[in-house]
Design a protein around this ligand. Structure first.
Ligand SMILES: [Zn+2]
Length: 67
């Protein structure tokens, strides 16, 4: 059962599995607030590309939170 999450900042809905996964990775597994890629980058004051790089990194480690 896939729950639908939306970005708490801009309301983008639904978020992709990668966006949910990276939010959990960077903000904590029990985070109730999820962000889309752009808003997460903005929140963490990094470039969206940095987030994409992180997602690739976690994927390469075989993390199941990402697709
Ligand atoms: Zn957003």
């Amino acid at each position: 059962m896939a729950k639908k999450f939306e970005c708490v900042s801009c309301g983008k809905n639904p978020l992709s599995k990668n966006e949910i996964g990276i939010t959990k990775k960077l903000l904590g597994l029990d985070s109730k607030n999820f962000f889309c890629l752009d808003c997460l980058a903005n929140f963490l004051e990094v470039e969206p590309q940095d987030i994409l790089d992180k997602i690739e990194e976690f994927k390469n480690e075989g993390c199941k939170l990402f697709e």
